[in-house]
Design a protein around this ligand. Sequence first.
Ligand code: THU
Length: 164
Amino acid sequence: MKRERQLVIDYVDYESPEELEPLDRELVQEAIRAQEGSYSPYSHFRVGAALRLEDGTIVRGANQENNAYPAGLCAERTAMFHAGAYYPNTAFDTIAIVGSDSNGICETPATPCGECRQVMAEYQTKFGKPLKIILVGRNKIQKFFKVDDILPFIFESLKAGEVF
Ligand code: THU
């Protein structure tokens, strides 16, 4: 039978980093510092990501651009792929993301592109643990508690634990 459905997404808005828990505040600072690694001569948009693993390790990433545009990579994926390659058995806990243009940190939080969301979903499934996401803007920070909340109806054929 036909049914109208709604999705409800729980997330938290913060006005300043001071309102965050200490570990999250530190991660936001790491994401801001990670922007120093941005190689963005084409867009001039500097994105930093900081990924905290379940053992507390923090992995940074920054966007890497290329003269042949599609060859570049977003900040989030440089961080996640580094962590996936270097700490393959340590689950991802939280990723913080921040973007800056010539006026500094963007007023509204930079949100991950669709491909980065799909990669987040993959690691969330791989580790069987929700991956939290913190989006950082100049006047607003948003925290989401699982990838499903920024990527509803995730494509999943790989089930948790089935790692080849
Ligand atoms: N970018 C990221 O690094 N992360 C995002 O979530 C969105 C976009 C990068 C890609 C490119 O280097 C620049 O920002 C402009 O799109």
